[in-house]
Design a protein around this ligand. Structure first.
Ligand SMILES: [Zn+2]
Length: 215
């Protein structure tokens, strides 16, 4: 299971909090596969920025590092004031140059995990390429964009299905409670506990069967 590692970077100056967050922008570093977060941080410091412009970095081995704090304005997708995605976008950079090579499978798995993780804080925001908001090749012509979009669509279906099943389970539980079949509903009905601990589909099936049985 991937996780987000904190960086050891020293930033130069302060950040501005984004007023809105409507998209995730995917980049490549357009550099060697062994480029580190410190390298990028130094390049961006040399641009006169506060430090690394991306919010997340993903190495070829799938390691995810936090760059800037997630809620602050990044420095990764500026074209002009009407097209820029810095004011409303979270920047993710995959290490590598995908004009000629592809990201590793582990890197793509981490990317999908990270997007889903961001979606828990910013539900359903769109995912775009840097080239969608700026005339750039980033994240490279070999980046498997349509595959990523397809996988994300499947993830969205799973998220919606899970929500539907948990809601179905809660509705069925309420019915059981009304019928006096569940005598201590507060042990069951905490929404977060349901979502976190109960395999949703099993719960949904069980509750619906019980509700049917009584009816
Ligand atoms: Zn880019």
């Amino acid at each position: 299971m991937p996780q987000i590692l904190e960086n050891n970077l020293t930033f130069n100056g302060s950040f501005t909090t984004r007023s809105s967050t409507t998209r995730i922008v995917v980049h490549h570093s357009a550099s060697d596969i062994d480029t580190t977060i410190e390298d990028i941080h130094n390049w961006h410091l040399n641009n006169g920025w506060s430090g690394i412009g991306y919010h997340y970095i993903i190495y070829a081995d799938g390691t995810i590092y936090r760059g800037r704090p997630e809620k602050v304005k990044g420095a990764h997708a500026y074209q002009d004031s009407t097209h820029e995605a810095n004011t409303n976008g979270i920047g993710i950079c995959l290490i590598g140059d995908f004009t000629s090579s592809k990201p590793t499978n582990t890197q793509m798995t981490s990317l999908i995990w990270l997007i889903k993780n961001i979606w828990t804080r910013y539900p359903n925001i769109s995912v775009i390429r840097h080239s969608d908001v700026m005339s750039t090749a980033c994240p490279g012509s070999s980046f498997p964009w349509s595959e990523l979009k397809l996988k994300l669509a499947e993830e969205v279906i799973d998220i919606v299905l899970e929500k539907w099943m948990v809601e179905g389970g809660q509705k069925a539980l309420k019915e059981l409670e009304n019928k006096g079949l569940v005598n201590n509903p507060e042990n069951w009905s905490s929404e977060s506990e349901l979502a976190e601990y109960v395999p949703a589909y099993l719960f949904w099936m069980m509750m619906n069967r019980l509700a049917e049985y009584k009816a």
